[in-house]
Structure formats: C-alpha cells, structure tokens
Ligand binder design. Sequence first.
Ligand SMILES: Cc1cc2nc3c(=O)[nH]c(=O)nc-3n(C[C@H](O)[C@H](O)[C@H](O)COP(=O)(O)OP(=O)(O)OC[C@H]3O[C@@H](n4cnc5c(N)ncnc54)[C@H](O)[C@@H]3O)c2cc1C
Length: 259
Amino acid sequence: MEGTLQAVTDTPADAAKDAPDLKPSFRSDVTVELVKHTAADADVLFAARVSTLGEQSLDELNKDPERSKGLINYLMRDRHGSPFEHNSMTFFISAPIFVFREFMRHRVGWSYNEESGRYRELQPVFYVPDESRKLVQEGRPGKYRFVEGTQAQQELVGRVMEDSYRQSYEAYQEMLAAGVAREVARAVLPVGLYSSMYATCNARSLMHFLGLRTQHELAKVPSFPQREIEMVGEKMEAEWARLMPLTYAAFNANGRVAP
Ligand SMILES: Cc1cc2nc3c(=O)[nH]c(=O)nc-3n(C[C@H](O)[C@H](O)[C@H](O)COP(=O)(O)OP(=O)(O)OC[C@H]3O[C@@H](n4cnc5c(N)ncnc54)[C@H](O)[C@@H]3O)c2cc1C
C-alpha cells in the first residue's frame, strides 16, 4: 500500500532519489566488526578459581599475574574447557552466502541472526576474488593445494562471474517488478551474493571455529579451510586476541586446539 501511495504522490525525480541502487557492485573482501563484548582473561580465571576459592575468587584475580597466566595455560593444555565459556563476543559479518553456509555448520556455542530475503529486497553486492586468491586446485580431497591462476584464468573468472551475477540479478528484478514475492524470486540469486549477520560466540566456541577454519603454522592439527571463511576467521581472531591476550597466547602455545 505504502508503495502505491508513494508512486502517486512522488515526482519521478523523487522516486529515483529514494530507489535502492540496483546496479550490481563487486567485492573481494569480507566485513567483520566486533559490535558487543564482555570478554577478558579475568573471566576465565574467575570461572576456574571457583573450583578452589569459591566466591573469594574475584579478589584473587589480579594478585599474581604469573600465576594467572600459568592457570590459563594449564586449563588450555589439559583441555579443561568450560572456564573459557564465561564471556561473549558479538560480530557483525558481511560475506558471501557460501561462506555463511559453512559458518552455520558451527552449532555449539554460536547464535546467529541473518538478514532476510523474505522481508527485504536483497541488494546486488557480489563476490569476485581478487588477484591474491589462488584459483587452481591441485591434489586429492583432504590434501588440496592451491596455486596461482594464469592471467587468462583471472580475467575469465572476473568476466564470467560479473556477467552471471548481472544476469541473475536482472532476473530477480524482473520477477519483483511483476509482483512475484521476494521469497520466490530470490531462488535465482547465486551463493556469491553478500549476506549479513550477527554471530555471537564465546572464546571456547571461537577457538573451535579457528582450529577448523584457519591455517596456522602453530596448529597441531592442520586444517584446509576455504580461503573466504578463513578471511572471516582471521578478522575475528584479531579482535579476540586483543580482548583476551593470555587466552590467545595459550591457544597458540598449545597447538590451536580448542580446550
Ligand atoms: C576443511 C573442512 C571441510 C569440510 N567439508 C565438509 C563437507 O564436505 N561436507 C559437510 O557436510 N561438511 C563439511 N565440513 C563441516 C564439518 O563437518 C563440520 O560440520 C563443521 O566444521 C563444524 O564443526 P563441528 O561439528 O565440530 O562444530 P559444532 O557444530 O560447533 O560442534 C562442536 C563440537 O560439539 C560436538 N558435537 C556437536 N554436535 C554433535 C552431535 N550431534 N553429536 C556429537 N557431538 C556433537 C562435537 O565434539 C563438535 O566438534 C567441513 C569442515 C571443514 C573445516
């Protein structure tokens, strides 16, 4: 109803000014913003020391920093995991849908809310890898190695992806213009379309995620994540490292295995 009223009262110039930008745009990066947190090394110590000190544990937190560091390292090494759950980080993430499909496989210690393709018109922002993204896969499953593509392969990827994205977004728009519901029309949109979500986790669930979705020289158990989810992981890791430096150091020192 609102739309109809606007069409009657607005001049064409006003309508053009208010209309969303329907021209596809292309990105190669991901957005990760820490929007909310209560997360500190002290939260781990507080939770752990209740075992031995009960409610007095709060007073003990800052008395002996070396002991605190040692305790966090011991908890990590012996995989005494629950003290790492008493904290919370909420990230705003914008990334292609194929990244979100992988992301949401992480079920434990994560909460998600994603933008809706039923309630809003999806914006034409699409993923095209830049030249740093290795394009060619070699080896067998589980032991893949990625190598640079040729100049011709890079140009091909850019051109074919952009053409395909434009075509599918036009099809989406054509159906919306004909009155088809957003939830039906979105079926033509590809997994390279950007979506956005809030994802909330704690240090333990984040460590489990990072162990699987990043490659790192200190990892005791190597993983082979897709580069684009790793880009998200690296940005979350940088935020977390700043908030919980002792926990982060212990994670690395113990082979990046979640406790
Ligand atoms: C490199 C890589 C390749 C992958 N390839 C594929 C693929 O080809 N196809 C595919 O479908 N998935 C694939 N995955 C996804 C993978 O199988 C996991 O779903 C994903 O990594 C989430 O891990 P998780 O289940 O340990 O995490 P979470 O769901 O967060 O679970 C955390 C931990 O809780 C415990 N847990 C959770 N649920 C259960 C349960 N139901 N029963 C028992 N214990 C439970 C487990 O100890 C688990 O490790 C891949 C993942 C990676 C990292």
